[in-house]
Design a protein around this ligand. Sequence first.
Ligand code: PLP
Length: 430
Amino acid sequence: MCDNSALALLGGDPIITYQIPRYNSIGKEEIAAVNSVLETGILSDFLASWGPNFYGGSKVQEFEKKCTEYFKVNHAIAVNSWTSGLVCAVGAIGVEPGDEVIVSPWTMSASAISILHWNAIPVFADIDPDTYCIDPQSILKNISNRTKAIIVVDIFGQSANYVEINKIAKKFNLKVICDTAQAPGGLSMSLPSGTQGDIGGFSLNYHKHINTGEGGILVTNDDRLADNMRLIRNHAESIVEEKKHHTLVNMIGHNFRMGEIEAAIGMSQLNKLRKLVSIRQSIASQITIGLSGLKGLTLPKTAQGNEHVYYKYAMQIDPMVLEVDKFKIIEALKTEGVPGLSSRYVNVHLLPIFQNKMAYGSKGFPWISEFTSREIAYNKGICPVAEDLQDNRFFSLDLCGFEFQVEDIDLIIEAFKKVWRNLGALKKSI
Ligand SMILES: *Cc1c(COP(=O)(O)O)cnc(C)c1O
């Protein structure tokens, strides 16, 4: 590559001129698994009445058993999405309307919406700038006498600081839910990621490491919570009496059931998880070696005790060092042909639903109701670290979006180096 070639953004030739194929983990195994289900003619075998089929068809139950072994837990519960899984989890712990649940602002909106689903109030704590996961110190600052739980998000592929979080939870008698949609197959505190709290779980949506198209899996070691979640998954209200269930609290049920085809795919995908994770890890280490030393660029940090599975490769630029704003850098990288770049992550607290406090109807429920005891703020400024990262520093490369080859990554690294060589020209172009 010629050292003085102009940036594509300024009229030069781009480094990458071809499409990198979309991530695809589906192969012969999944096709065979789906066919074997189709041949039986049984695509789902759930019944919303009390009996063995209350727990789903044979593939669903087999998949759940495999998940309990893989994730080393007593219970795994398959659902039709992880959004549904989060609704089950928050319901199962018995939150009351107006109770508060602390959650990270850096997540997919479903982590916070699952709280609202039960008419409880999301309270956002700030994130740690090294891992992008919820900051235990900020959790402490946000605890009130109404706090019931913490939804911890293991963002971008690594777990949050559960050593501190679990200490806080114990002290204040809070439940911990791990949203590990982005970190299946990782490790933290020598346990599979997603199993550090009272309830955890994973998404099987097609954006994630392993997928069944749509789907999710809940994990817990607690028999009572597992029972509650299985009821919420499958029309709880119509079963509680026959089952002689121990509680009526939050026994509003749904149809969150997984079908047999998805469960069959899920088993094949689970067999591949280790391999899919190690591919992402080797891509990440190639990028880290290639980009280390570029000034003002911070590469991902793995916290002590964690194994990172690199759903995204998260980076930060230092705008003071580069003297070019991050959006310009990202634009320059994109025009060089680098795929899968995101310039931001959601700051969920800034979404209109929270800014306007409008979720159920138009009158501010559940924030304005006889059940709430204090006003919760969602203004810009409540999560300064998350907001500054978003506005000025953070960007990421999607490692679960493409089938990257070593040569593709070499070119991506070359594109970064080209942009960094041309920072002067980029600065002048503004
Ligand atoms: C993908 C994702 C979800 C939602 O999972 P679905 O299966 O798509 O419903 C929730 N939380 C996080 C952090 C996610 O990445």
